[in-house]
Each structure stands twice: as C-alpha cells, then as structure tokens.
Design a protein around this ligand. Structure first.
Ligand SMILES: Cc1ncc(COP(=O)(O)O)c(C=O)c1O
Length: 389
C-alpha cells in the first residue's frame, strides 16, 4: 500500500476553512456573520483594476507563458514604486514576481534552506510559514515574542538562537497574527544580527500598505550597502490591490537569489498569472490615491476596534497594527479554539484561535479587523456581550 509523504500527512488541514466551518452553525439571530478570520480586504478592487484585468485577459498574447521572473514591465514598475517608498535603488533584476506571497515564501525557503537545516520563526508565527518549512523537512526554532514586549523579537534572543544549522530568520512586519509593527530601528538591529552571523533575514511585508501615514516608510534596510546579501523582502499584491484571487506577489533580493528562484519557479509555476501582471503594471503608478484612501480607512477601522474593545469588559487588545489585532479573551479556563467556535456558532463572529499561531497563545484570538467597516465593527460589542450572557 503506497503511503503519502508523512511530512504532509501529519499536518492539520488548513485552519481558515476550519474556523469558517464553525460559522455555518450560526443561526443569524443577532444579524449577519461578522467575518474577522481571513485577511481579505472588505472593499472591492478599483473599477480601473477590473477593467485592466479584463482587457489584459482578453488579449491573445496574455495567454502565452511569460518570463519566469515576471513580466519585465511589471518588474520595472514595481522597482520604481519600491524605490519611491523606501528611498531605495532597486533594479528590476532585484525582483521576482510570484503567484502570491505564500508562494514567494515557499520558493524563498526552498532557495535558502535544505532539508535538515533550520529557520528561525517568531512565536507567535504566521502559520503558513511554519507549515511550508515543515513540508520541506526544514527544522524550526521559535523565538518567543511575549505580549509584555509588544510581541516584538529581541535581537539578543535571536542572536542566541542562531546555531550552525540556521539558514534564515523569517519575520512578518506589520505582523500576522499580532498586528505589531516592527520599528525601523528594530528591523535594523535584527538585520545586523543576521548579517553578522551570515544568515538571511526574510521579511514578509504583506501588510506594509496599511501602516499609519506617519510611518509610511517601513524601514531603511534597502539603503544599507550590500543589503541584498542578507535581506529578502516579500510582498503581496493581494491586500493592497484587493486581488487575492489573482495570486500575485513578489520577492525582492539579490540578482543571485532571483537566479535561484528561477530554477524553482520553472518547475513549480513557470510564470505568475499574466493578466494580473499586466494590470498591475498599469495600477502601480495609477492607483496611489485610491490605495492611500484605503490606508486611511483601515487605520480608522483600527481606531474603531480599539474603542469598541475598550467598552467590552474582560476583553483586551494585546496588540494592534496595520491589519490585525491580537485580543486577549476573558475565558481563561477555555482553549482559544473553543472560544472561537462559540463566538462563531453562537454570536456569528469569526476569528482565529491564538493556538493556531504557536505554543502558549491560548489566551489570544486573532481579529482581522480590516475586513469589516466601521459600522460593522460597532456591532461587535453587543455580540461579545451576548457571548458572555
Ligand atoms: C503574512 C502573510 N504573508 C503572506 C500571505 C499570503 O498572501 P498571498 O495572497 O499573496 O499569497 C498572507 C495572507 O494572509 C499573510 O498574512
């Protein structure tokens, strides 16, 4: 009898469908479901984006394979965009387009870590980073990021966790699941540890478009001489452009890294979806004002969640940032998955259990507040009260 790869077979099924399944049992008596589980922008893509996508998809030339690294025009447009945001001097050769940021992480991990080697993840971590590494047979060492420290990784703790088998430190800022925004000085210090110890720093910047306006530039790492020997930055077009279904992301690193990724992508995907690449090339320079308005809106949602939770006895926002909040629930004796199930089933609020993001996170729930508009978030308070009655 053939058997499946135990590294995959032993893994739990994907978490988001599981928690959304619990919401199916909600009878609607308090109003429509409030889905704060998966990070999906709660507003549609810009109408021009839809038009560009449609036009690009209707062209015969789009149906052909494109360059493995991504369409040259998009790599140029993205480099220009990144340079303006970070004050950097990236070239198209620094960019590899992927089918989403999860794929960006998977190809990057494959490029830097062989089976049996090790990658450092924060605890709590983004679960797809953990599962991808496990599937590859790459070991994980967790760097604890306690609530008391704002869920931020301590450079000294990171340094102490680096052994000879460690190939990379993987970070997410603004963070999933906690929302914590890593200050530029912290990212600088973490970069310095990685550089000095000869390991890669993989920085997933999926949520950087939603940073508060005063913190628009996420870090200054691209300014550092030889940055690309250490830093690998990952980006997702899913959230900022509201096109998660079109599956587009990017890896930003050295041309040598891009050359490695080309070998991996050729077997995996050949090229990222073409219509989206063509549409994004138009959208990157053109939709700046729309994206800015979304940033303001998501920040307003964060402020609303904070004010709503302040009025909910026993609930506490332990961290909040560009897209998520990590919220301490009042049911100390209960597992976080049980709390999430009750929330979904009894009062129609879907979140994700803290336990899905690492050990010792039972007291927390991840709340993707950016999915819901301000009036919807207002309705959260009565649901939480109803749960406690
Ligand atoms: C930190 C992080 N990285 C990557 C992704 C996946 O993004 P994409 O849709 O581009 O694969 C997500 C999506 O939720 C995420 O939270």
């Amino acid at each position: 009898m053939p058997r499946f790869n135990p590294l995959v077979a032993e893994m739990a099924p994907p978490p988001i469908p599981a928690v959304q399944g619990w919401a199916l049992a909600y009878d609607g008596h308090l109003g429509p479901e409030i889905d704060l589980s998966q990070a999906v922008p709660g507003y549609p893509p810009h109408p021009d984006m839809l038009r560009w996508l449609g036009q690009a998809a209707a062209r015969v030339s789009t149906a052909a394979y494109g360059p493995i690294e991504g369409d040259q025009a998009l790599r140029e447009a993205f480099a220009t965009y990144q340079n303006a945001l970070y004050g950097a001097r990236l070239r198209p050769e620094n960019i590899h387009i992927t089918a989403g940021c999860n794929q960006a992480f998977m190809v990057t991990a494959l490029a830097v870590a062989e089976p049996g080697s090790r990658v450092l993840l924060t605890n709590p971590f983004y679960f797809n980073h953990e599962t991808s590494l496990r599937m590859y047979g790459v070991n994980i060492r967790l760097v604890n990021c306690p609530a008391a420290g704002g869920f931020l990784p301590d450079p000294a703790t990171v340094a102490a966790a680096i052994g000879p088998d460690v190939r990379a430190l993987a970070l997410v800022s603004p963070n999933n699941p906690t929302g914590a925004i890593y200050p530029p000085e912290l990212l600088d210090a973490l970069f310095e540890v990685c550089r000095a110890r000869g390991i890669f720093m993989i920085l997933d910047e999926t949520y950087r478009d939603f940073l508060p306006p005063e913190q628009r530039r996420p870090h200054i790492l691209f300014d550092r001489p030889g940055w690309d020997e250490t830093l690998i930055s990952l980006y997702s077009f899913s959230k900022g452009f509201c096109i998660p279904g079109h599956r587009l992301g990017a890896v930003i690193g050295s041309p040598a890294l891009v050359a490695e990724l080309v070998k991996i992508m050729d077997g995996l995907q050949i090229c990222a979806p073409r219509a989206g690449q063509i549409a994004l090339t138009e959208a990157l320079p053109a939709l700046t004002a729309w994206r800015e308005a979304n940033r303001v809106e998501v920040n307003a949602r964060a402020a609303k969640l904070l004010s709503v939770m302040a009025g909910c006895l026993g609930w506490e926002v332990a961290a909040i940032g560009a897209y998520f909040a990590f919220v301490r629930h009042p049911f100390r004796q209960e597992k976080s998955a049980a709390v999430v199930e009750r929330l979904a089933r009894d009062v129609g609020v879907t979140t994700v259990p803290g336990s899905y993001f690492g050990p010792g996170q039972e007291e927390f729930l991840r709340v993707a507040f950016a999915n819901a508009d301000v009036p919807t978030l207002d309705g959260l308070a009565s649901r939480l009260v109803a749960l406690q009655q």
